[in-house]
Design a protein around this ligand. Structure first.
Ligand code: ARG
Ligand code: GLU
Length: 720
C-alpha cells in the first residue's frame, strides 16, 4: 500500500511538471451551461455578478434564451423584444450576397431596411433556440457491457438514440439532437426550437463589415466592423412557421441589454455560443500527424492555389469580384493552419503530450490504471495505420479536387449516371429515370451551374491546375495522364458556360444524348477518377480506421479522467452551447513586443488606403472621424473603440457569439482569434490565446451615426 502512495506522489509530481495536473487552469475551457453551478464560485470571484441559474435555467427564462445557432455554423443573439438579432457580417455574408445585385449592391453599399416591410426574407436561413438540455448518458449507455464489440455497441447506441429522439419530439414542434461528449463516454440531448422565417434587416458596407479583409484575418490588432442585423419572425401564436407575409416579429423569452458603460483591461467577460470543434485530449501521435504531416501538406497546396488566384485578382477587377469569396475561404483555413502548426511547435505540445503519456503508462502499471494498459500503444499503431489514408485524403481534397472544373463536370456526371439508368455507385441496377426526376435533376443542375459560372474564370482555374501539377503528388495514387493534362482545359465543354448551359436544354426523350456528351468529356472522366478515388476508396478506409481510433480515444479519455479525478475536464467543443470566460487582456507575441487589448477608429484611419481594396474607408466614416462625431460611443478619453481581445477560449462556430460583462449585458460580438493563439483548438495557452471581439460601441456607432438607422436604435435596451 505504502509503495502505491509513494508512486502516486511521484506521479502527481511528474504530472505537475508536465503541466497537466492543474485543476483550474486560468481561462481555459468551454463549459456546459447546465453544469455551470460548478464554475459559479470561480466565475463570481473573477467578476461575474450573476448566478449560474441566471445564465442557464430550465425553470425560468435565462440568458440562454437569447442565444441562437445562426444558420449552420455561427452564433447569434437576440437584442430586442421584437426578435432583432445580431451576428457577424461574415456569418450573414451569404444572405447579403444573395440579396445583392448590380442595382442593389448591398455588399458594396450596405443595407438598412427602413420599415418591417422592407426587411428581406432569406429562404433557407434558420435560427435555432435551445429549449433545454439533458444528460442522457444512462439512457444511451446504461447496461451496455464493457466487452461488447464496437459494432454491436454502435448499433445499440443508434437504436437508443433514435428511440429517445422520437419519444422526445412526439407531440411537440421541437427537434431533439443527441450528442456524444468526451469521445462517447457521456451523452447529452439538446431540445431545440427552430425558426425558419428570418429576414435581413441591416448590414454595413463590406469595407466596414470586412475591413482589413483577408490581410487582417486572424490578426490582432483588428479594425473590422464584423456585424449584420437580422430579425426572427413567428406566426400569430409566436410559434415558428415557414415564411409568410402574415408572420410578425418574434417576441423572445429573453434578449440582451447593451452596455455603454465602458471597458477596462482586466474586466471579466464571458462568451455564450456554439464552438464547433476542439481536440484537447488527443495523444501525441495524433497531434504530430496534424502538425507535422497534414497541416504542412494543406498549407503547401493552398499556398500554390492562392499565389495563382491572388495574382489574377490583382490583375483584373472582374476576377477580383469572382474570386473574392473563394479566395477568402481558401485563405481562412490556410492561415489558421500555419498559425496552429507554429503554435504547437512553440508550445512543444507533442513533447508535453509525450511526457504526459509516460506518466499515464506508469499509471497503467498500477492496479488503478490496469484497465487502460495498452491503450496508448494501440492508438500509436492506429494512427500509423491511418496516416497513408489521411495523407491521401488531404491530397485529394487540397490538390486533386482543387480545380473547379472538376466539381461542375462531376455534378453533370452524376445526372448522366442516373439518366443512363444502368448502374449506380453501389453497383445496384437503377430503375429507368422518370420524366419528373429528369426535370428535377436538370433544375438542380441549372441552379448550380448558374452560381458556378457567375464566378468562374477558366484561365485562372487552369493556372491553378498547372501549379498543383508541380507538387509531389505521388501519395494521391491517381494522376491525370498526359492526354488529360493536355486536353482538360482545351477540350472540355465545361470550360464554357454556354456549352454547359446548352446541355441543360436537353429534353427528357433525348437524355441519352446528354449522357453521351457528358460521359465522353475529358473533365467528366478525370473528375470521376479523382472523386471516385476519394469517395469509394479513401473515405471508406478512413471511416473504418477512424472508428477504431474513436473507440481507443474513448478509452483513453476515460483513462485520463480516472487518473486525474481532481481535475475538471471540459468536454471538447462539438457545436453545442458553451460558456467560456476570461478577462480583457493584451499579450506579448514576441520578445519586447506587447499588444494592447483595445483598438480604436484611429487605427482604421491609419490603415486607410484608397488603392488597397481591403483598406478603403467610406467618405461618410471619414467625415464622422474628422468631426470626432462619436456620439455616446467614445471612451472616457474621447476615442472611438472598435475591437478588443480577451482570454476567452473560443473556436470556429463562436463567430457572432455574444460577449457579455459580469452583469450579462452585451459588450460585443465575438468574430475571430489571434493568429498566435490558433493552436488553442488543440492546446490552449493562457499567455497567447485571445478571442477577438467587435466592441458593441463601434457596432452601435455604425448603426446610429453612420447609417442613421434610428428605427433599430429605438428597439435596443441601452444601459449607460
Ligand atoms: N477567421 C474568422 C473565422 O474563422 C473570420 C473568417 C471570415 N473573414 C475573412 N476575412 N475571411 O471565421
Ligand atoms: N471566425 C470564426 C468563426 O466563424 C471564429 C474564429 C475562431 O475560429 O475562433 O466561427
Amino acid at each position: 500500500m505504502k509503495r502505491f502512495w509513494i508512486l502516486s506522489l511521484l506521479l502527481a509530481g511528474a504530472m505537475m511538471m508536465a503541466g497537466v495536473l492543474n485543476p483550474a487552469r486560468a481561462d481555459e475551457g468551454m463549459w456546459i451551461p447546465m453544469l455551470l453551478n460548478r464554475n459559479e464560485a470561480d466565475m463570481q470571484s473573477k467578476g461575474l455578478k450573476l448566478s449560474a441559474e441566471d445564465i442557464y435555467s430550465i425553470n425560468h427564462s435565462s440568458l440562454k434564451d437569447a442565444v441562437v445557432i445562426f444558420g449552420g455554423g455561427c452564433t447569434g443573439e437576440v437584442v430586442s423584444n421584437q426578435g432583432l438579432l445580431f451576428t457577424n457580417h461574415h456569418c450573414g455574408f451569404g444572405q447579403i450576397q444573395y440579396h445583392s445585385s448590380l442595382e442593389h449592391d448591398y455588399l458594396t453599399n450596405g443595407f438598412w431596411a427602413a420599415s418591417l416591410a422592407e426587411e428581406l426574407p432569406c429562404p433557407g436561413l434558420k435560427v435555432t433556440f435551445l429549449v433545454r438540455m439533458e444528460d442522457v448518458t444512462e439512457a444511451i449507455l446504461g447496461g451496455l457491457p464493457d466487452g461488447m464489440s464496437e459494432a454491436t455497441r454502435a448499433d445499440s447506441i443508434r437504436q437508443r438514440t433514435q428511440a429517445l429522439k422520437a419519444a422526445t419530439e412526439a407531440g411537440t414542434h421541437y427537434q431533439a439532437r443527441i450528442v456524444p461528449f468526451y469521445y462517447g463516454n457521456q451523452y447529452y440531448m439538446f431540445v431545440n426550437e427552430v425558426f425558419e422565417d428570418v429576414r435581413l434587416v441591416g448590414t454595413p458596407p463590406s469595407n466596414i463589415g470586412k475591413f482589413g479583409g483577408d490581410t487582417d484575418n486572424w490578426v490582432w490588432p483588428r479594425h473590422t466592423g464584423d456585424f449584420s442585423v437580422f430579425r426572427i419572425y413567428a406566426d400569430i401564436n409566436n410559434k415558428p412557421a415557414p415564411y409568410s407575409a402574415d408572420n410578425r416579429p418574434y417576441e423572445p423569452r429573453r434578449f440582451f441589454p447593451i452596455s455603454l458603460r465602458g471597458l477596462n483591461p482586466g474586466d471579466f467577460t464571458f462568451v455564450f455560443g456554439y464552438p464547433g470543434r476542439t481536440q484537447e485530449y488527443l495523444s501525441s501521435y495524433a497531434v504530430q500527424q496534424v502538425a507535422d504531416v497534414e497541416n504542412p501538406l494543406r498549407i503547401a497546396a493552398r499556398t500554390k492555389r492562392l499565389d495563382v488566384i491572388k495574382a489574377a485578382m490583382d490583375a483584373d477587377p472582374l476576377t477580383r469580384i469572382q474570386y473574392a469569396a473563394k479566395a477568402a475561404s481558401i485563405a481562412n483555413g490556410w492561415k489558421k493552419w500555419i498559425g496552429e502548426s507554429k503554435g504547437i511547435a512553440r508550445l512543444k505540445t507533442v513533447e508535453k503530450k509525450q511526457a504526459f503519456e509516460k506518466t499515464f503508462t506508469a499509471w497503467t502499471e498500477t492496479p488503478a490504471g490496469a484497465a487502460y494498459k495498452g491503450v496508448l500503444p494501440a492508438l500509436d499503431a492506429a494512427y500509423q495505420a491511418a496516416e497513408p489514408y489521411n495523407v491521401m485524403g488531404v491530397m485529394l481534397q487540397e490538390i486533386g479536387m482543387a480545380p473547379e472544373l472538376l466539381s461542375i463536370a462531376y455534378a453533370y456526371g452524376r445526372l448522366a449516371e442516373e439518366a443512363a439508368g444502368t448502374s449506380t455507385a453501389s453497383g445496384v441496377a437503377a430503375a429507368e429515370m422518370t420524366d419528373s426526376a429528369w426535370q428535377a435533376g436538370i433544375a438542380a443542375l441549372r441552379q448550380r451551374a448558374e452560381l458556378f459560372y457567375k464566378n468562374y474564370n477558366p484561365e485562372v482555374d487552369e493556372a491553378v491546375f498547372r501549379a498543383l501539377l508541380t507538387m509531389n503528388r505521388e501519395d494521391m495514387a491517381v494522376e491525370p495522364d498526359e492526354a488529360t493534362q493536355k486536353d482538360l482545359y482545351a477540350k472540355s465543354l465545361f470550360v464554357s458556360a454556354d456549352k454547359a448551359g446548352a446541355l441543360l436544354n436537353t429534353p427528357y426523350a433525348k437524355r441519352q444524348n446528354f449522357v453521351k456528351a457528358v460521359e465522353r468529356d475529358v473533365a467528366c472522366k478525370y473528375a470521376r477518377l479523382i472523386y471516385g478515388q476519394y469517395y469509394n476508396s479513401v473515405r471508406p478506409a478512413t471511416a473504418r480506421l477512424n472508428a477504431g481510433i474513436d473507440s481507443l480515444q474513448r478509452l483513453y479519455m476515460r483513462g485520463q479522467m480516472e487518473m486525474q479525478p481532481e481535475r475538471r475536464f471540459y468536454p471538447d467543443a462539438n457545436f453545442t452551447l458553451r460558456v467560456a470566460y476570461g478577462q480583457i487582456a493584451g499579450f506579448s507575441p514576441a520578445d519586447a513586443v506587447h499588444y494592447a487589448p483595445f483598438t480604436t477608429i484611429d487605427g482604421i484611419m491609419a490603415k486607410e488606403n484608397p488603392d488597397i481594396y481591403d483598406y478603403v474607408v467610406e467618405d461618410r466614416l471619414k467625415e464622422l472621424y474628422a468631426a470626432r462625431d462619436f456620439g455616446p460611443y467614445a471612451d472616457a478619453a474621447g476615442r472611438l473603440p472598435v475591437a478588443f481581445i480577451a482570454t476567452n477560449h473560443t473556436t470556429g462556430g463562436n463567430s457572432g457569439s455574444p460577449v457579455l460583462n459580469g452583469e450579462g449585458e452585451l459588450i460585443g460580438l465575438n468574430f475571430d482569434r489571434n493568429w498566435e493563439g490558433t493552436m488553442s483548438d488543440i492546446h490552449y495557452d493562457p499567455s497567447q490565446c485571445r478571442n477577438i471581439t467587435l466592441d458593441i460601441r463601434y457596432c452601435l456607432f455604425i448603426i446610429d451615426k453612420f447609417a442613421g438607422a434610428q428605427r433599430l436604435m429605438d428597439e435596443l435596451e441601452i444601459r449607460r
